[in-house]
Ligand binder design. Structure first.
Ligand SMILES: [Zn+2]
Length: 267
């Protein structure tokens, strides 16, 4: 498959869909005995390796390393700075405006999450780009796996528009932040307590992604251990776009599915 950004087929890299700093940052922490405390768990995909997160051939080496340097590194410094204390990830970090989302459903206990918002221009830029980059790579990973709904979406005019606008938004040569991008996603800190609720274990961290379609909405959701990215694929101004419904689909419907998947993996 050619690079999803520039279309070359030469010098392709094996890219992490979920940035390596997330996995390394979470699983690299040692407990008192010097062993790694956290294991990661890939939910519902026994076919995928369990020693690393999937690394499909999505980007050429140039763009893989450029995105790493210009989008992932700044995001890493915000989400997982080197002095991160993991118990603190159950709290809203300083410098971010708390937006509480409480969800109740029959199968899911009420959870409270914090949505990242900041008036710091460069931090805001880094986090928004990181959220879109992560969800965009997940979309293309599912396309490579020939997920029928994803393949159909990317071939549709709506999917081609998302692809074009997203490539413009992630343009590494542009120094100014594009506020007119119509597909901004959100990133939520859900924290270790929520992770252990899904895996039912304090030392296992869940990862998963999905293409969501229903209730008139289309979107991508990615669970990156202690964070959740939701990326709407209907543009701003679209008459059907309803982020609250998409969020409900991600946090209630999909989370219930993950809990069931996780239970069945254990049997
Ligand atoms: Zn490229």
């Amino acid at each position: 498959m050619p690079c999803i950004y520039c279309g070359t087929i030469e010098n392709m890299a094996r890219s992490h869909v979920i940035s390596k700093f997330i996995r390394n940052g979470i699983t690299g922490i040692a407990d008192n005995s010097g062993k790694n405390k956290y294991k990661f768990t890939w939910i519902g995909r026994k076919d995928l390796p369990n020693q690393d997160l999937p690394k499909p051939s999505l980007l050429c080496q140039y763009h893989d390393s450029k995105f790493g340097e210009m989008i992932e590194s700044p995001a890493a410094r915000i989400l997982l700075p080197s002095n991160t204390q993991f118990h603190k990830l159950n709290e809203v970090p300083k410098g971010w405006v708390k937006k509480v989302l409480s969800i109740n459903s029959e199968s899911l206990r009420s959870i409270t999450v914090a949505e990242y918002h900041t008036s710091d221009f460069s931090a805001d830029d880094a986090i928004r780009k990181f959220a879109v980059l992560t969800a965009w790579r997940a979309l293309h990973a599912m396309n490579m796996e020939k997920n029928p709904a994803v393949v159909a979406f990317l071939q549709s005019p709506a999917g081609q528009q998302v692809q074009q606008d997203t490539k413009n938004f992630l343009d590494l040569e542009k120094s100014t932040f594009n506020h007119t991008y119509p597909y901004f996603g959100s990133i939520y800190l859900t924290g270790p307590l929520h992770a252990s609720f899904i895996t039912r274990s304090e030392d296992e961290v869940p990862f998963a992604w999905a293409y969501l379609e229903g209730h008139g909405q289309v979107g991508i959701v990615v669970l990156l251990g202690f964070w959740v990215v939701i990326w709407p694929l209907l543009p701003d101004g679209h008459p059907n776009r309803d982020f609250r419904t998409l969020r409900q689909m991600a946090f209630v419907d999909w989370h219930s599915f993950l809990l069931k998947q996780y239970s069945s993996n254990k049997i």
